[in-house]
Design a protein around this ligand. Structure first.
Ligand code: AMP
Ligand code: MG
Length: 362
């Protein structure tokens, strides 16, 4: 493999006085086959133009991403669809009429002119229409679809702020467009329309319930795939087998309000400096004997406060999901372990749990 090019990575902010010039430079870099990080409403993406195999290969190189983990093509509007898919079933259009632009990725038959590197050799292609205004500006200015996975080093938590991208990829890419904190903080829902019944390969903000309501029929989930007998069959959801979203310190999860889980955690980590992510209504800590109380960190101040219960609080699943990856990265700086209480929300719960399970996997 060729030596990676070095860059002095620049973060471009809409508030910069020379924003228009800088934005134009990022567009030119993409057109010339470089990779550029950009904000979407899910997580930050690492973009390359969709029709250059060489540019697409740089994404894998920069991220250290396994070659068999395909990428998502990001489109500006329906007019671009013909360039990337061989055919588009009516159900795809029905779904996107409701959920696009937004965090719904559909798996469709790949157009023969889309380089196979985009799909890691598969006959299918993943497509979505991002909603973030800067993502839309960028695709429109480049004038063609952009291929992008999340803009983290492979295996790390996905970036939800420009500084997360900088931490992972500084020196490896020329530009990071800063669009603030991502609205969802979790990657898009991936729905495979190339097999029937349709399957959700990755849960995300567009829920199973919402998809089924729109289609008027049921869809399967990835959990069903894991339970199938044909374990030797080709991997249907490439990328799902890899370690994902993992901070540098151990992550454990607990069912809501589960005291037994908490005790097991305390037995595993003697005297940990714990970063706790839980609902404010978690009464467990105060119900324990004082010597069992872990150190709980004040997440906002970054202070260590022995025996003081402080929660990175959330009153709703959306905030928990939005903050999860950022909390992982913040915790690495000063904690020895992370304990996360799962959220119960029927729509966002599965996506939250999916990321948590992967982050907690050994
Ligand atoms: P990332 O954007 O980093 O979350 O990565 C994109 C994810 O989309 C991959 O990990 C895959 O799970 C999924 N994906 C992309 N293309 C395909 C495809 N053709 N078939 C199935 N899943 C895909
Ligand atoms: Mg990713």
């Amino acid at each position: 493999m060729s030596a990676q090019k070095q860059f002095e990575t620049r973060i471009i902010r809409p508030s910069d006085s020379d924003y228009e010039e800088s934005f134009a430079a990022a567009v030119e870099a993409l057109k010339a086959g470089e990779t550029v990080a950009f904000p979407t409403e899910t997580v930050y993406g690492l973009a390359a133009i969709y029709d250059s195999a060489e540019a697409v290969r740089k994404i894998y190189e920069v991220k250290g991403r396994p070659q068999d983990n395909p990428l998502i093509v990001h489109l500006y509007d329906f007019a671009d669809l013909d360039r990337v898919v061989a055919s588009c079933p009516a159900d795809a259009l029905r779904l996107w009429e409701e959920f696009a632009p937004g965090p719904l990725t559909l798996i469709l038959p790949r157009h023969p002119l889309v380089p196979k590197e985009v799909s890691a050799g598969l006959a299918t292609v993943a497509v979505r229409f991002p909603e973030h205004p800067l993502a839309r500006d960028l695709i429109q200015a480049v004038g063609k679809p952009l291929v992008a996975p999340s803009a983290n080093s492979s295996g790390r938590p996905s970036p939800t702020q420009a500084l997360h991208v900088f931490a992972d990829l500084a020196g490896k890419i020329p530009y990071i467009l800063d669009g603030g904190e991502c609205n969802w903080g979790l990657e898009s829902t991936v729905l495979d329309l190339c097999q029937k019944p349709y399957r959700i390969l990755r849960p995300g903000a567009i829920s199973k319930r919402a998809i089924e309501a729109l289609l008027g029929g049921s869809v399967l989930t990835a959990e069903k795939i894991a339970g199938e007998a044909d374990a030797e069959a080709p991997v249907r959801a490439p990328g799902m087998k890899y370690k994902h979203y993992a901070p540098k310190i151990p992550v454990r999860m607990m069912a809501p309000q589960d005291q037994a889980c908490l005790k097991a955690f305390q037995a595993e980590f003697k005297n940990p400096r714990v970063y706790l992510i839980s609902s404010e209504s978690l009464p467990i800590l105060s119900s324990l004997e004082p010597e069992l109380l872990p150190l709980v960190l004040n997440a906002e101040a970054g202070e260590i406060k022995p025996s003081a219960a402080y929660y990175l609080s959330y009153d709703e699943a959306k905030l928990a999901a939005q903050q999860l990856f950022a909390a992982f990265r913040q915790a690495e700086g000063f904690a020895t372990a992370i304990l996360v209480e799962a959220v119960k929300d029927v729509d966002l719960g599965p996506a939250f749990l999916n990321r948590l399970e992967k982050a907690a996997a050994e």
